[in-house]
Design a protein around this ligand. Structure first.
Ligand SMILES: NC(=O)c1ccc[n+]([C@@H]2O[C@H](COP(=O)([O-])OP(=O)(O)OC[C@H]3O[C@@H](n4cnc5c(N)ncnc54)[C@H](OP(=O)(O)O)[C@@H]3O)[C@@H](O)[C@H]2O)c1
Length: 362
């Protein structure tokens, strides 16, 4: 076990009060506990893993949380951390910690507590019972390691229990980081047809990942008609997986999905982070309830990434076996979080926007 000579680690991290205040570099601390060895040696507290962070990948949820945090919550936590995805090195593991990772391992994962610290920080102390963590696959570097946990995990959650074999699948927002993995998982699962919405710039890549037909959402801002054309040509869809958000298909949904088919979304009826998005989420939540009551001819689900079972180890294996590709758009130095966030919200990023917290030593 690595031990420290002081009971406090002081480090730099990005934090904010709420969306009315900037996201700034602040001083943060982590408290350690006395180790089992000499009395002047300190280690991670019981049940916790101490990490040195190398890279943090940004996700739209980071920015949504920043904007949606109610003002009064800044009195609860006025140093809320930014970022969920991380890669780095395990420095210390507290007593009685149930984990597969070891001190010295290079790892990646998701820091899940929402009103707490964030991964855009030099150190993190996490509880592996709530924050998924796994060892870095040997075939990728630490930049790529930070780029996949939240988005591949979400794509796996979206695909959970679906029988892709010989199915016809519609992936809305296939160019998003989550969508790129959904297309790959549908292909791996043996889908017969994978129809996607994405812009022309991503056309050849999305085809390579597994799309059999593509609808350019820029040419067809309302893509209901091209989707109905696809139904006319090769039948209804078994599954619709929405990675961008929208409600364009609902007027004709019974003609688009087979009876008993599934519609899963991670965004709801309205993309974005404003008041409209809140109403869109409420509409989707109500549709989920109506679906659960068996009042629809199809199953509808608003899916969230959950830290259940050992999905992160399964995801790690998919990467190590070279079955899925990782996409990195741009790496920004630690001081340039503002620029990194601008890139994230521009909608132009093709893959993950990454913050370099510390270059790996070798
Ligand atoms: N519920 C959950 O647990 C959960 C988890 C993760 C993410 N999410 C949400 O899922 C959404 C996607 O996240 P992400 O990180 O995958 O996104 P992202 O990588 O930031 O998405 C960027 C891509 O979106 C595509 N895009 C832009 N406008 C579009 C439009 N009108 N229609 C379809 N695609 C469009 C563009 O692709 P092309 O132009 O190249 O086609 C662009 O490259 C976000 O709203 C995020 O908050 C939810």
């Amino acid at each position: 076990m690595t031990s420290f000579k002081s009971d406090t680690i002081t480090y730099k991290a990005y934090a904010y009060q709420n969306g009315n205040y900037p996201i700034e570099i602040v001083d943060e601390t982590i408290k350690l506990v006395k180790g089992p060895g000499p009395s002047d040696e300190f280690v991670a507290p019981p049940g916790k893993i101490l990490l040195k962070i190398n890279y943090a990948a940004l996700n739209p949820v980071d920015y949504k949380l920043y904007h949606m945090k109610p003002s009064f919550l800044r009195f609860y936590n006025n140093k809320q951390g930014f970022g969920r995805d991380f890669s780095g090195e395990v420095l210390s593991i507290g007593a009685n910690t149930s984990t597969q990772v070891k001190v010295g391992d290079f790892v990646e994962g998701i820091y899940t507590p929402v009103l707490d610290k964030g991964s855009c920080a030099q150190y993190l102390l996490l509880d592996p019972k709530v924050s998924p963590i796994t060892t870095k696959p040997s075939n990728i570097d630490l930049v790529q390691a930070s780029a996949w946990p939240l988005v591949l995990g979400t794509a796996m959650q979206l695909s959970k229990g679906l029988q892709y074999k010989d199915s016809k699948v519609l992936v809305l927002g296939a160019g998003t980081s989550v969508g790129r993995y959904v297309v790959q998982l549908a292909r791996i699962g043996g889908a017969r047809e994978v129809v996607t919405t994405n812009s022309a710039r991503a056309e050849s890549l999305i085809r390579e990942l597994g799309a059999t037909e593509q609808i350019d959402y820029r040419k067809h801002p309302n893509f209901l008609n091209p989707v109905l054309e696809s139904v006319k040509t090769s039948g209804e869809f078994n599954y619709i997986i929405d990675c961008w958000g929208g409600a364009q298909l609902f007027p004709e949904i019974d003609n688009i999905l087979v009876k008993g088919g599934e519609y899963r979304t991670i965004v709801g009826d309205t993309p974005g982070h404003g008041l409209g998005a809140v109403f869109g989420t409420i509409k989707s939540a109500l549709r989920t309830i109506v679906s659960k009551l068996g009042l629809l001819d199809y199953l509808y689900q608003f899916a969230f990434l959950k830290n259940t079972d050992n999905w992160i180890d399964n995801a790690r294996d998919l990467i190590e076996e070279g079955k899925v590709k990782i996409f990195v758009d741009h790496i920004y130095p630690f001081e340039q979080l503002k620029e990194a966030v601008e890139r994230l919200v521009s909608g132009k990023a093709e893959g993950k926007v990454i913050l370099e917290v510390a270059k790996p030593e070798n």
